[in-house]
Design a protein around this ligand. Structure first.
Ligand SMILES: Cc1ncc(C[n+]2csc(CCOP(=O)(O)OP(=O)(O)O)c2C)c(N)n1
Ligand SMILES: CC(=O)[C@@H](O)[C@H](O)COP(=O)(O)O
Ligand SMILES: [Mg+2]
Length: 643
């Protein structure tokens, strides 16, 4: 059987396809996506919903001349298919494989790199102004979802878009869903535009009636559209956008290629920002995804027939530990409130939401707002837990510093996905938070070694009188080192095991270092305690003397313990899942310098100061020398070179 998709091997090939075949092509694309993503995993539901929209955009635009900016970028799979990347889909989101997001380095048809939400209108506006300044002539289209439109940056860009002098086409892909239910006033407004058929029918009958008046109907309609009076509100949809100086077209059926093409053609005539409101169905064409778009937003490999994950028996994750603990804490303390920025299921707050809906707040994709909103709740006497992924919390740097830390407010930051996250790649790795939070005065910062300790830290944070952040990684919670259960104490680390070596009494009393280079101390942070434990076993097995410390507190760290260890350990190894610059290891270097421990050598095991690409976390750790075996070898080399 021949497939139309086989005829599409590079950009613009779609234009050679007979329009009678578009439906068949859309069905083939959906089948291709379901089959491939069922093997590789990926963002399925959003892509299934955007098939006709992407086809229409490709029929309308010329690649690579024209610029198409995808918001978040998780819905750009059809765009990749239509620009010659079909074969690479077997490698989707794997190490060195096809990215799950637009990537300029992957294709000249990808205009702008994305991963985080609500950037598309700003980037597209930049391209429009660059086009004007350089006298070029290419079309610029931004595609933004209804969820992404809840983000502050999108509002800032819309606010700014009113002054444009040439065309910027914004396609609002409204599937009435974020990852979970979309929230907020804008979502409600779009809902009205989308679903109020009475209103829409009334508008179109008025419009049709006016247009039919011979000679003057069109003129009246035009005048009406340009007027500012309230009658216009009855006739023209999307007044909110129109009042902001952005032409509104829609709502239109996002699965009807003809309607879409007509809308693009009309939009291109407008010499300013124009927003085309397109209504689509998330998960379209695959029943399990249509019925449960949240589950199929981002999936692992699954059985196409049933829609069930192949790997159904799962280990407990850190997210689940957080989810259970905060729900338990919420029972005892009615002041506890929980805030998510559009990630109730990803952060595990959905359980809290079900138990205490009145104390749960989903603010939309609005991390900055989430943090300052939490600050307000804290000032009002509440105990807010803000659960945000490490990578998305980057957005809220100033809000943490300015609105929470300066006032020393008791806000708890539950930082999920801290460390390598894997297949989402550069944009999503949570590898900067130690660097961007450690220097904030008044912030306490901790990381658990295992599932038990995360629970304890959350309980501790629940009654902590100031800002506190807890970082924990994506996925399986470490269940080892169960017997190490010292209570959490402010600023104190935990010795897992320590070299027992008697020091000369006078040295001990003077707190002076004997600096035996053969005595190694591993100072491990959070997820690296598990790795450090493996490493220290291997080193102990080969006759080395090793002390292992679970730091627990990244800030303030346990200086008393460090001074004690300095007495008889000449080789210090710091281990963290964060980049080197500004990380924990560098702060330990500072400590050693400040206290003049010149005879101590330090090896800093951290992630390299670079953006880290996609891939399975185990593969990435091996490539980056962060697995137990590579670390052991580095330590041996370090010891030998300093011997
Ligand atoms: C700053 C930021 N916060 C959170 C996310 C996680 N996230 C990715 S897609 C998404 C929902 C987007 O909804 P929408 O724009 O409507 O696209 P759809 O998935 O419905 O196609 C969220 C919350 C993100 N990528 N960036
Ligand atoms: C596109 C996006 O930002 C999210 O869908 C993200 O991929 C979710 O990551 P997790 O799978 O770690 O929840
Ligand atoms: Mg949506």
């Amino acid at each position: 059987m021949t497939h139309i998709l086989d005829e599409i091997n590079q950009a613009n090939d779609i234009k050679k396809i007979d329009s009678a075949e578009y439906k068949k092509l859309a069905a083939e694309i959906r089948k291709f996506l379901v089959q491939n993503i069922s093997k590789t995993g990926g963002h399925l539901a959003s892509n299934l919903g955007a098939v006709e929209l992407t086809m229409a955009l490709h029929l309308y635009l010329d690649f690579p001349k024209d610029r198409l900016v995808w918001d978040v970028g998780h819905q750009a799979y059809t765009h990749k298919l239509l620009t010659g990347r079909k074969k690479e889909f077997t490698t989707l989101r794997t190490y060195e494989g096809l990215s799950g997001f637009p990537k300029k380095k992957e294709s000249i048809c990808d205009a702008f790199d994305t991963g985080h939400s609500s950037t598309s209108i700003s980037a597209a506006m930049g391209l429009v102004n660059a086009r004007e300044l350089s006298g070029e002539d290419y079309r610029v289209v931004a595609v933004i979802g209804d969820g992404a439109l809840s983000g502050g940056m999108a509002f800032e860009a819309l606010n700014n878009a009113e002054g444009l002098h040439s065309n910027l086409t914004i396609v609002l892909n409204d599937n009435n869903m974020s990852i979970s239910e979309n929230v907020g006033g804008m979502a409600n407004y779009l809902g009205q535009l989308r679903t109020d058929t009475k209103y829409n029918n009334f508008k179109s009958s008025v419009e049709n009636f006016l247009k039919k008046i011979p000679g003057i109907g069109n003129a009246i309609m035009d005048k009406l559209k340009k007027s500012k009076d309230s009658l216009k509100r009855l006739v023209i949809p999307g007044m909110l956008f129109e009042d902001m100086g952005i032409t509104y077209i829609g709502p239109i059926d996002g699965h009807d290629i003809n309607q879409l093409m007509t809308a693009f053609a009309s939009a291109s005539k407008v010499k300013e920002a124009v927003l085309i409101h397109v209504v689509t169905k998330k998960g379209k064409g695959y029943k399990p995804a249509e019925q449960n778009p949240s589950k199929f937003h981002g999936v692992e490999a699954f059985d196409v027939k049933t829609g069930e994950n192949f790997n159904s028996k799962k280990d407990t994750t850190y997210t689940e530990v957080f989810s259970d603990t905060i729900t338990e804490l919420g029972k005892c303390n009615e002041k506890i409130v929980a805030i998510t920025a559009a990630m109730p299921s990803g952060t595990g707050l959905n359980k809290f939401m079900k138990s205490y809906p009145e104390r749960f707040f989903d603010v939309g994709i609005a991390e900055e707002h989430a943090v300052t909103y939490a600050a307000g709740l804290a000032v009002g006497g509440m105990k807010p837990f803000v659960a945000i992924y490490s990578t998305f919390l980057q957005r809220a740097y100033d809000q943490i510093l300015h609105d929470v830390c300066i006032s020393n407010l008791p806000v708890v930051f539950a930082i999920d996905r801290a460390g390598l996250v894997g297949n989402d790649g550069e944009t999503h790795q949570g590898i900067f938070d130690i660097s961007y939070l450690s220097h904030m005065p008044s912030l306490t910062f901790v990381a658990p070694k295992n599932a038990w300790e995360l629970k304890e830290m959350l309980i501790y944070a629940g009654s902590f009188q100031g800002p506190i952040a807890i970082r924990y990684p994506r996925g399986k919670a470490y269940q080892g080192l169960k017997e190490y259960k010292q209570p959490i104490e402010y600023g104190k680390g935990e010795i897992i095991y320590e070299i027992s070596e008697s020091l000369p009494k006078e040295l001990k009393e003077m707190g002076k270092s004997q600096a035996n280079k053969k005595n190694i101390v591993l100072l491990a942070v959070g997820s690296m305690v598990e790795t450090a434990e493996n490493v220290s076993r291997a080193l102990l097995g080969s006759g080395h003397k090793v002390t292992l410390v679970n730091m627990r507190f990244i800030k303030p760290f346990d200086e008393e313990l460090l001074h004690r260890l300095a007495v008889n350990h000449g080789s210090w190894v710091t281990l963290e899942e964060n980049v080197k610059l500004g990380g924990f290891g560098e702060r330990i270097t500072g400590f050693l310098m400040e206290h003049n421990y010149r005879e101590i050598n330090q090896l800093n095991i951290s992630l390299p100061d670079q953006f880290i690409e996609q891939g399975d976390v185990a593969v990435l750790k091996e490539k980056l020398g962060m697995d137990s075996e590579s670390i052991k070898l580095k330590i041996l080399e370090f010891i030998n070179s300093n011997a």
